[in-house]
Ligand binder design. Sequence first.
Ligand SMILES: [Zn+2]
Length: 142
Amino acid sequence: MNTNAKLLRLGIRDDDTCFLCGQDQETLEHLFFACRYSREVLALVRARTGIKIPQTNIMGWRLSKRGTKEDKGVMNAVINACIYLIWQQINSCRIDECVLRPSKLVQQLIQDLKIRFFTLIKGNGDGGEYVRKIMAGDEGAS
Ligand SMILES: [Zn+2]
């Protein structure tokens, strides 16, 4: 992932400030754990899904040992979707200097997850607690 800090080192950019919050140096650690924007996204995801994403380091995201196999699959899908959408926001900042509000981003994330889990759980139980929570209406994450 080409962060602004990396691009500055490579001489491609002359500024390494984070695109999302405009406050600190844009490193991977900053983007996913310290950035105010990302933290707000993760807090909204937690409120909406019940999934607590550890905000310690990137590896920590993948090392959660709790929950059933099914729950872990759901957690991984949610975490991957978060990483993807946050990264997509950064690229959209680079291209047209516009970023979605965290609440809008999470709304989009939940819609994507609903579509994914709908296919996944078809005729296959209800997918467990997290999926039930995600599939339950209420898009009011605003
Ligand atoms: Zn930031």
